[in-house]
Design a protein around this ligand. Structure first.
Ligand code: FES
Length: 265
């Protein structure tokens, strides 16, 4: 979709989901955004549109963003039917040069049963926070700070844990899943701890609490569509879902934490 032309600006028409705060339904509204600089990001295009709406005395489009660097995970927009849009990056990293001149772009919120719309393009994703609160942390007292090299961790395991920890909790996996499952998010949050020595003592209780919290929040179950992996801006692998399910079964059968007895695999 990227282009190589001499133009410095682009004119696009956008079809945006507008929903008033407190309302159950909404509608698409079309706007033209003329002369957007080609070097603008997608969110900057929305800023330009909002400035023009404010100048006309209209309500600007509500959408979330914070870092605009692909770190915080707040810029949750479905662009042309895809969470975060056509490139495998966050919405804030999407560039207008990726769109054809006079493109018609549809923008919707990350709306699923567990992510109700607050206003326009903003959804309530606090259900993901509650899954973390259920057990996505380490509470064991680790004593005085040990010398880092006294706890050797194999390079492969460390890389695996770092890959899982790349999850920014944006919820694209949930929005992409036909079943609205949060399995990719939950399994990544479980495994960046479960793979490391510090995460072992609470490994069983953590997986039980987080999987049960995920179910309680109304997320759907995983049916192996793998749309979550395809839409994840951080490339989190669905292998963590398989490991989460395996850990959950072990934890349910054992029904207790076995301090240090489960290997970091
Ligand atoms: S605004 Fe932070 S990841 Fe997009």
């Amino acid at each position: 979709m990227s282009q190589d032309h001499d133009q410095k600006t682009i004119t696009v028409s956008v079809r945006v989901w507008r929903q008033a705060q407190g309302e159950k339904g909404g509608r698409f509204v079309e706007y033209e955004v003329a002369d957007t600089p080609l070097e603008a990001s997608f969110l900057e295009m929305l800023d330009i549109l909002n400035e023009s709406l404010v100048e006309k005395g209209e309500d600007p489009i509500a959408f979330e963003s914070d870092c605009r660097e692909g770190i915080c995970g707040t810029c949750c927009l479905v662009v042309d039917g895809l969470p975060h849009g056509p490139s495998q990056c966050t919405t804030c990293q999407l560039q207008m040069r990726n769109f054809e001149p006079e493109a018609k772009i549809t923008i919707e919120p990350f709306s699923t049963g567990a992510f109700p719309v607050i206003k326009d393009l903003i959804v309530d994703r606090s259900s993901l926070d509650r899954v973390i609160q259920a057990g996505g942390y380490i509470t064991v007292h680790s004593g005085p700070k040990p010398e880092p090299n006294s706890v050797p961790i194999e390079h492969e395991i460390m890389e695996d844990a770092l890959d899982a920890s790349a999850c920014i909790g944006c919820g694209a996996c949930v929005a992409a899943c036909p079943n609205g499952s949060a399995s990719l998010f939950t399994s990544a949050k479980i495994h960046h701890l479960a793979l490391l020595p510090q995460g072992q003592p609470e490994r069983n209780t953590r997986v039980k609490k987080m999987v049960e919290a995920m179910d309680d929040e109304g997320f759907g179950s995983c049916r192996n569509y793998a749309e979550c992996q395809a839409s994840c801006p951080k490339g989190i692998s669905i292998k963590y879902i398989g490991r989460m399910n395996s850990d959950y079964i072990k934890a349910t059968v054992l029904d207790t934490d076995r301090r240090g007895s489960m290997h970091a695999t």
